[in-house]
Design a binder for this molecule. Sequence first.
Ligand code: AMP
Length: 230
Amino acid sequence: MRAKPDVDLTIANYRRASAPKVVIAGRPGAGKGTQGTRLAQRLNVQYLSTGDLLRHEIAVESALGNAVNRLVAAGRLVPTGLILAIVETNLGEGGYVLDGVPRTLAQAEALFDQETLAPTVAIEIVVPAHVALARLTERGRGDDAPIVAGERLATYETETVPAVDWLERRGLLLRVDGHQSPDVVEQNVLRSLEYALQRCDESSVSNAQAIMPVLDNSACLVAGSEYARE
Ligand code: AMP
């Protein structure tokens, strides 16, 4: 369990948010795609996965796809400039669920440099490394082969954990236990978000309802939001 951030900007950010801008982090295999897609549907905002988009570009052999093919196949990170260009080009106005960005401290800082892109909340789906590896092996995607999966997991520790820690220091991070069934994780994601919204205004749930009308008032307990990374 980590120390609480000094300044909790989550509250202020939610108050300002006309539509939630959510970034989803987590080890490869944590379930970001599954949860990100579901959450975007719930919140009625755009879902963007840079990994999905890159895989599509590679499949259709576009210039972008050809440029990144070897990096993605090797489980290495694509240059930040390209990722930011993808995000800027593909994210519309309003809220979003962004899966797979930020992957580095530089990406985290760059997201916040642009007011329209700045996330209002970050969710880390936490699974132990051995669970992530087992899931990747089972999934069997091209970049999930054991050596590449190992590389991607190592990259998460060295490159992405500092970005997640940075988000935590800004008071934006909710942690959710991802080592459960997708439905349970989804509930915990929603409850964690709602809990953060509750803290916006203890006396009223209208705030929460404005942003998350899909939730009823009964699900106000914190559930699974404080899982430490292994
Ligand atoms: P994912 O599906 O999110 O695991 O991403 C698959 C691969 O796409 C990663 O292993 C990277 O090679 C590349 N990629 C996706 N998002 C990013 C990012 N934000 N920064 C750098 N590379 C990325």
